[in-house]
Design a protein around this ligand. Structure first.
Ligand code: SF4
Length: 280
């Protein structure tokens, strides 16, 4: 953890009166871009194992899991999908299912009627329009029921290796705290962030930012006192600055607890999530 605080964020010192006085100075675009890229590099050191937190073995599973993750935790989805994928392993199987049976299986993820409609509808569209294979192009993915740009980018980035920026609630919050943008529309945020980072970084940048948002820089009480990038953050102090108290706010492997995936990648330093009965 760094002990430095906020020294990189637009401040100037003057000593004309003999006293050292701080004068706020707006950060230039160039300085912001450099700071943003440095945040990305430092997060890469903190979370070298950053990854999507949904369990999946192929593009179809990732697509279904991402649709189910709306309004719930990845952990809840990961605890739900093994039974769903065991019963309906392909788009053809899921498209031909009894809706009531699918509803029962995905009930723990919430909004289960609407989600059943989406996942059965998108399975039928994959079967009928795309020859049974999840399409690997944004313009095709967003034609599927229940699939917006955010879901499409998750699938493109993690199942097809196509760079994409995932602007979820964590990404939006952190991008604004870090003054990468002052937009609040996800599509505009995505467009602005795309001008700050090279395309090759987009997918991993998204994972790192989301990891940091879930573990340290929470919505209500960010753990500023235990944050590794305080010296790059204009919002330092918005949360708990006492190191001892801040450490207690850390989540998942950062807080010494299990992660969200039942089957995390081999380099994940924390414990896997339990199969049932856990709450985030
Ligand atoms: S936890 Fe605090 S210091 Fe760290 S990124 Fe969030 S607001 Fe900034």
């Amino acid at each position: 953890m760094s002990g430095k605080q906020n020294s990189a964020v637009g401040e100037q010192q003057s000593s004309s009166s003999g006293k050292r006085k701080k004068t706020p100075k707006p950060e230039t675009r160039l300085a912001m871009v450099r700071r943003a890229r440095r945040i990305n590099r430092e997060l890469a050191e903190v979370y070298p194992y950053a990854h999507p937190e949904l369990d999946f073995e192929n593009a179809f599973q990732l697509l279904i899991a991402t649709v189910l993750s709306a309004q719930t935790t990845d952990l809840r989805v990961n605890q739900t999908t093994p039974a769903l994928f065991a019963k309906y392993p392909t788009p053809e199987d899921l498209a031909a299912a009894q809706p009531e049976e699918v509803e029962e299986l995905i009930r723990p993820t919430g909004f289960f009627r609407a989600k059943t409609k989406s996942i059965m509808g998108l399975s039928a569209a994959i079967r009928d329009t795309f020859g049974g294979e999840v399409p690997g192009r944004l313009e095709d993915l967003v034609t599927l029921p229940g699939v917006g740009r955010k879901t499409a980018f998750v699938v493109l980035g993690n199942a097809f290796g196509v760079p994409g920026i995932t602007v979820d609630t964590h990404f939006m919050r952190l991008a604004r705290r870090w003054k990468w943008t002052d937009q609040d529309d996800p599509v505009k945020i995505e467009a602005e962030i795309a001008t700050i980072f090279p395309k090759s970084e987009w997918t991993m940048l998204s994972h790192r930012v989301i990891f940091h948002g879930r573990r340290v820089c929470h919505s209500r009480r960010p753990a500023c006192g235990a944050c590794p990038i305080t010296h790059l953050c204009p919002a330092y102090g918005e949360g708990e600055t006492d190191p001892e108290k801040a450490r207690k706010l850390l989540k998942y492997e950062m807080g010494g607890r299990p992660g969200q995936r039942l089957k995390p990648p081999p380099d994940y330093p924390g414990d896997p999530a339990p199969a049932v009965g856990a709450i985030e």
